[in-house]
Write a protein that binds this ligand. Structure first.
Ligand SMILES: [Zn+2]
Ligand SMILES: [Zn+2]
Ligand SMILES: [Zn+2]
Length: 107
């Protein structure tokens, strides 16, 4: 395992990775696809695994306010990233997470 890369969210309708967060964590996790204009909300589900080293690998970079984001269902942190094997991980508590896309509205 090398580094944690930023969280990647793919559009559930067209699979494009050009997805932007369009709201605030205080409100909701609504995202919009720049390609097909579909909107959806992100959520997470713990898969029961953990990557304890994830906490040491967070890059500390300030994230863009429109970068895709999701909330850890274990500790409520927004500090999610992607492991080298492509799975989502919470860099605050180390839980490996499955990204769930809800309320999909076709664009
Ligand atoms: Zn909202
Ligand atoms: Zn799309
Ligand atoms: Zn967490």
């Amino acid at each position: 395992m090398s580094t944690i890369s930023p969280l990647v969210v793919k559009c559930p309708q067209c699979a494009a990775a050009e997805v932007f967060y369009s709201c605030e964590p205080e409100c909701c996790f609504n995202h919009i696809c720049a390609r097909c204009r579909a909107t959806f909300e992100t959520a997470t589900r713990a898969v029961g695994a953990s990557a304890p080293g994830a906490r040491d690998l967070r890059d500390g970079d300030e994230r863009e306010s429109d970068a895709p984001t999701a909330q850890c269902c274990v500790c409520d942190s927004l500090e999610l990233g992607t492991l080298a094997d492509g799975r989502a991980v919470c860099t605050a508590c180390g839980a490996v997470l499955e990204l769930v896309l809800e309320n999909v509205q076709p664009g």
